[in-house]
Design a protein around this ligand. Structure first.
Ligand SMILES: [Zn+2]
Ligand SMILES: [Zn+2]
Length: 297
């Protein structure tokens, strides 16, 4: 029996999401035709190509039909006193009915602010995938469709992910300061960014849980960026990892520690690699700016 069949990758550029379409087959011949998000930065999901197979194994186990009764039960508890529940819950109910593709046009509640409701569900920690153009047998044409996966709220990636509450906390502790813009921004537009880029992490770098981080730890490990800058940083850090060319914010050739080349004496991966990141603008933009300002006086 093939447990997991990968049917291909899709990107939803507007939402900065990426999915892998899969078919999961279980012992009792049950087949789940679904789509697994592998990139969803609002919650910190960013599964690299090398990790996809391991991640799909975990998802396969987590979404097994034998786990559904327990999943439904904990969701019931969760929704009891949610603020926006009256508007958002019907969307959840429609999607949780069967965990199959659900047409936004004919099978979800009519709501002009439909995208906001889906966003709410994601912020509550639910895992959803979108197909912007999938054939709907009722509408008889291609429509936007959504699918919900019965994964525990908050997700099960190997990354340090954050719950909506923790994300709020990180943003609060960092004063909603967009490090790139050096400006306090609306918290909705900001994402916690690990100063130390994930591409240089090893198995030991990840903490099991971030829920008990102190304010000082948050300030040491995170800065706030928009999704766009977060993506930009990711590319810069990938290039640096691959060829040793360190990043440059605004193209400015300034490093408060080290040079424009990665120091080859420093290990490329793992906790000790942080030493090679310190000094680069993208690693800690506020510190970099302060150090640069000192030069300008
Ligand atoms: Zn339809
Ligand atoms: Zn990160």
């Amino acid at each position: 029996m093939t447990k997991i069949t990968k049917n291909g990758f899709r990107t939803h550029a507007k939402a900065s999401e990426r999915y892998v379409d899969v078919i999961f087959e279980y012992d009792d011949k049950f087949v789940l035709d679904t789509s697994v998000p592998i990139e969803y930065r609002r919650t910190g999901i960013d599964v690299s190509d090398e990790e996809i197979d391991d991640y799909l194994e975990k998802v396969y186990t987590d979404v097994a039909p034998s786990n559904w009764p327990e999943w439904y039960e904990s969701q019931e508890q969760f929704w009891i006193d949610k603020p926006r529940a009256k508007i958002t819950k019907p969307f959840f109910d429609a999607l949780a009915k069967s965990f199959s593709w659900t047409c936004a046009t004919c099978s979800l509640p009519k709501n002009p602010n439909f995208a906001r409701r889906i966003q709410d569900l994601k912020e509550f920690g639910y895992t959803l995938a979108t197909n912007t153009s999938r054939h709907c047998p009722v509408c008889k044409s291609n429509k936007m469709q959504l699918i919900l996966l019965p994964i525990r709220r908050g997700g099960i990636t190997g990354y340090e992910t954050w719950s909506p509450d923790l994300r709020e906390k990180i943003i609060r502790v960092l004063g909603s300061l967009d490090s790139f813009e050096a400006k306090v921004m609306r918290k909705e537009g900001l994402l916690p960014d690990h100063k130390f880029p994930e591409i240089r992490w090893d198995a030991e770098t990840r903490r099991e849980s971030l829920e008990h981080l102190t304010d000082d730890e948050i300030k040491a490990d995170f800065q706030l960026l928009t999704n766009q800058r977060n993506q930009q940083k990711r590319e810069v850090c990938r290039t640096c990892f691959q060829n040793g060319d360190r990043g440059r914010v605004y193209g400015v050739d300034f490093y408060y520690q080290g040079t424009s080349k990665w120091d080859v004496k420093i290990p490329k991966k793992g906790k000790d690699a942080v030493a090679g990141c310190v000094g680069c603008g993208w690693y800690d933009i506020s510190t970099w700016r302060n150090e640069l300002n000192k030069k300008l006086v």
